[in-house]
Design a protein around this ligand. Sequence first.
Ligand code: DX5
Ligand code: ZN
Length: 218
Amino acid sequence: MHPLLLAPSLLAGDHAQLGASVRIVEDLGLSWIHLDIMDGHFVPNFSFGPQTLAALRPASKLFFDTHLMLDEPHRYLEAFARAGANLISVHIEPAYDHAATLARIRELGCQCGLVLNPGTPAAAIEPLLGQVDLVLVMTVQPGFGGQSFRRDQLPKLRQIADWRRARGLTFRLEVDGGIDLATAAECRAAGADTLVAGTSFFRAPDRAAFLAEFSRLG
Ligand code: DX5
Ligand code: ZN
């Protein structure tokens, strides 16, 4: 199993000073940051785009874990790769050529991931598991931070972790939405290794203490 990794979501950072929010993550010694990209179609909200990644990139060595919540993600791969994304995840729900899109992400020099909404069964991504570096299971309906964790997604996590083990695959298994120390422990037990935390991380009264507690789940 991969070592446990915390990927704070910049969506919950200070949007008037995103650079400062990135530095908070880096100064704690973390290696990943989760970047939520929204198009107002696939999800009913907006966040930021490739120009923001490009502006943050020179000041940070963090691994840019880029979650595209877009109806047509295949149209924007070059833009996000050029802006400095290290991993690009795309949702399985919209209709586009998923396999070609994953291959193109790798061709651009990035790792690739597939994302499932809470209503999407694990079977939807099963044929593509051999082609990904990461699977992201949404534990809230995407679009907004600060929602409650959906425990009904745990069996899906276990199913994907079982397939990974049975097939000898090595993709990371990431969870996003409503993650705090308690729900992180449940996800870890179900096989997740990469946990996104927006609200619980950025609003923690003592982030170093939060991180120390989180590390104990490893
Ligand atoms: C939701 C985003 C999440 C969000 C998580 O659409 O994909 O990454 O920032 O926020 P919290 O941790 O507050 O649920
Ligand atoms: Zn996300």
